[in-house]
Design a protein around this ligand. Structure first.
Ligand SMILES: [Zn+2]
Length: 312
């Protein structure tokens, strides 16, 4: 009796296995097609960047779609390897071009976040016009880019920034609060935008500005460069006027300051038109962050968070 039941169950299991096998064979092609259709496509291949061909999607959907292509998000993933930089690493600025910087002047660094946006070319135009008329006080800036904002028209803006002597900075791919992300996603958020920028300026890594200025130990560990905060906040993103932006910078100015502005606001552009000549008249030269670090002889470390670069 026992033997009979056992044999019957064995036969049933074998039959069941065959059923599953046939289901697998018949439906595998359909399953494969569905999964493939959900995979993000590349539309920035011309500059060697992976992204989604999803112009019909809203921004949150684009970001969600992008995140869905990420690998396992486990905190304990083995991908957190030993090649990560340590906070003891000094950021090398020895090759930063400061040939057009007058070290006898007071230096102040301008930065623009959330780029590329609709006013980037206008910002470039203000700087280009100023530099053409003031070759003795050439102005520069660091622009912090978000990868998710890139499209096919972006590369020429990046080249224009480099031609103008601007520094390309990394504002992460998706502009998430980095303190909420796993270590895997943190690395991807930083690496993807580095790859975008590298295709233009050939630099392996770019200064990092954390979205919202929010960092923690995990962010510092993931950063391959110094993390650049600011000491003068224009609050331009809140919709303040050009006069208010101008006043916030001019009334708080000091040599070594790092000024936070944003791409996307005409008031910022209008404020720049007055700030550049007025700062020059007051003995300042506007520079980018790496120029400020080198010209002031500062030592910035990978993973360190800095709000200024005062002369040593
Ligand atoms: Zn931002």
């Amino acid at each position: 009796m026992y033997k009979k039941v056992f044999l019957t169950n064995t036969f049933s299991m074998s039959k069941l296995s065959r059923v599953f096998l046939w289901i697998s064979v018949l439906f595998y092609p359909l399953f494969f097609c569905v999964c493939s259709a959900r995979r993000p496509q590349e539309h920035l291949s011309s500059i060697g960047v992976e992204s989604t061909n999803d112009s019909a999607l809203s921004l949150p959907e684009k970001i969600e779609n992008e995140l869905s292509s990420y690998p396992s998000l486990s905190e304990n993933s083995s991908s957190e390897s030993s090649d990560l930089p340590t906070t003891s690493d000094v950021w090398d600025v020895s090759t930063v071009d400061i040939s057009k910087i007058d070290r006898t002047k007071k230096l102040i660094a301008f930065t623009f976040d959330d780029s590329p946006s609709r006013t980037l070319e206008n910002i470039f135009a203000v700087f280009a016009d100023f530099n053409e008329n003031n070759p003795d006080c050439v102005a520069s800036s660091t622009v912090f880019f978000n990868g998710y904002l890139f499209d096919e028209s972006t590369p020429h803006l990046l080249h224009a920034a480099c031609a103008l002597g601007f520094e390309l900075g990394n504002h992460t791919y998706s502009h998430y609060d980095l303190t909420t992300l796993t270590s895997d996603v943190l690395r991807i958020e930083i690496d993807k935008t580095d790859k975008l920028l590298r295709s233009v300026d050939k630099k392996e890594r770019h200064l990092l500005r954390a979205p919202f200025g929010k960092t923690n130990e995990a962010v510092k560990k993931a950063a391959a460069t110094p993390i650049i905060d600011w000491s003068i906040d224009t609050l331009d993103w809140t919709g303040v006027s050009a006069d208010e932006i101008y006043d916030r910078v001019f009334s708080h100015r000091y040599s070594g300051a790092i000024v936070l502005m944003h791409d996307g606001y005409e008031a910022t552009v209008d404020a720049l038109k007055r700030l550049l000549p007025d700062l020059k008249a007051d003995g300042y030269q506007v520079v980018n962050v790496s120029q400020l670090i080198r010209a002031h002889g500062c030592i910035f470390k990978r993973g360190g968070v800095y709000i200024q670069a005062k002369k040593r």
